[in-house]
Write a protein of this length. Structure first.
Length: 115
């Protein structure tokens, strides 16, 4: 009976571990200031990232962002530089070296300019 209980616990633990790994672990809801689909502005995108993500700590207000638009053949048809008006910020969860979004206006809104 002890072997049966141990086996059941081991299978449960492996299943939970695999499920967490497959889902990518804990997520953080983030307001990301980046290029829009047209490449003609920087806009807020509300995204979910791994709580271990590192890249968004480098998206800081004042940094330059280059938006590139290509045609179907991959040829660049437009390349524009923008100064990032806001840093990426956390809506919920945690992310090392990334601050929380302001609780008052201006709060990041999906598809609104962040330049």
């Amino acid at each position: 009976m002890n072997k049966t209980i141990f086996t059941a616990l081991a299978i449960t633990a492996l299943t939970l571990t695999a499920t967490t790994a497959f889902a990518g672990g804990p997520k953080t809801s983030l307001a990301h200031c980046g290029c829009n689909a047209n490449g003609d502005n920087l806009e807020w995108q509300i995204i979910n990232v791994s709580s271990k993500s590192k890249g968004h700590q480098q998206h800081l207000a004042g940094d330059m962002e280059t938006c590139v638009v290509t045609d179907d053949a991959g040829i660049i048809v437009m390349e524009t530089n923008f100064e990032r008006g806001e840093s990426d910020c956390i809506i919920s969860g945690s992310l090392e070296n990334v601050g929380n979004c302001p609780t008052a206006i201006p709060f990041p809104v999906q598809d609104e300019s962040c330049t």
